[in-house]
Ligand binder design. Structure first.
Ligand SMILES: [Zn+2]
Ligand SMILES: [Zn+2]
Length: 317
């Protein structure tokens, strides 16, 4: 993290004006930027059939495109003007270093990082791209975290210049449930769960975010096989949960009250080992039950709060 720029104003303790502007106190700021770019997943060392088998439609020539959204989180102490950084300088750095170079470009050819004719070239996946963006921005801005949305259902986070990234896929399912403990009376359940204890249940359109952590493969650019990850989540969660009455149709909830918390925990338990077999680690399950409530379970270390905290700033994008 960069030190706050030295300003012409004397230290905060000596200046009521500086103190009023919070000089020296730490703060995280975020800036959003967008660009549109195309890419193609195709490794020259593989036969056409192997590329097709491994990357599916992403291997098709001449490629396909996305509207990318980049969130840049930066941290530092406030200067005498009450800012971590001058926002016009932030905008300029992101434009010069990133968006002006990538917007309306073919990623495989835009940066040498993605030149696959070089042995060190890497496929421009979401996680490889956000890692490359980190490397190019880190000398210009006091980065704390980067998030890159490829779509609203796929994004990657990095929080340092190591090859480690967090990849999140979003999916959804619809299900009904009833919140009640069988050993309690209706009145007692109503006192605890309110309307959710009504006898015939009610339903939600659940939004499910699965975040995995892993090292970016230096050639494929992936923390794990994305299609395999999507299949796991479909097969183990979406297919068995979608359009069910959870209390009756999913065995686990015959004896466990299907609160959002318990559903998220059960999903984490279902996915943890299979995702490990893909070579990544299940980092987080976030289950949003309605626009107003969600449950998050950190699967690697049972804990409360964000780890790393820098991702919190990115989450509000
Ligand atoms: Zn793509
Ligand atoms: Zn409910």
């Amino acid at each position: 993290m960069a030190a706050p720029p030295a300003g012409p104003v004397s230290p905060a303790s000596a200046s009521p004006s500086a103190a009023a502007h919070g000089q020296g106190r730490p703060c995280v700021i975020t800036r959003r930027a967008t660009f549109s770019a195309s890419h193609r997943y195709w490794l020259p060392e593989l036969a056409p059939e192997e590329n097709q088998a491994r990357f599916g439609p992403c291997s098709l020539a001449p490629g396909h495109g996305h509207n990318y959204e980049l969130i840049v989180a930066m941290g530092g102490g406030l200067d005498a003007n009450g800012m971590v950084l001058n926002l016009s300088e932030v905008k300029h750095a992101i434009r010069e270093q990133i968006t002006a170079q990538l917007d309306f470009r073919f990623l495989n050819e835009a940066w040498p990082e993605f030149d696959l004719s070089r042995p060190e070239g890497v496929l421009p996946t979401t996680e490889a791209l956000v890692h490359a963006i980190w490397k190019r921005l880190e000398t210009h801005l006091p980065l704390m975290g980067l998030r890159l949305y490829e779509t609203d259902k796929l994004w990657a986070d990095v929080i340092g210049d190591s090859m480690e990234a967090f990849l999140t896929i979003r999916t959804h399912f619809a299900a009904a449930h009833r919140l009640a403990r069988p050993e309690l009376s209706f009145e007692e359940n109503t006192a605890i769960y309110g309307k959710c204890a009504r006898p015939h249940g009610h339903g939600h359109n659940y939004l499910l975010d699965i975040t995995v952590r892993g090292a970016i493969d230096p050639r494929s650019g992936m923390v794990c096989d994305l299609a395999a990850l999507q299949s796991l989540v479909d097969d183990l969660v979406v297919e068995p949960f979608d359009h069910t009455f959870l209390n009756k149709d999913v065995e686990h909830f015959a004896s466990t009250v299907p609160t959002a918390e318990n559903i998220a925990l059960h999903i984490a338990d279902l996915l943890q080992a299979p995702i490990g077999n893909l070579g990544a680690a299940l980092h987080k399950v976030r289950l949003q039950e309605s626009p107003n409530n969600a449950a998050e379970v950190f699967a690697e270390v049972p804990q409360l709060g964000m780890n790393p905290q820098a991702l919190e700033a990115l989450a509000g994008a």
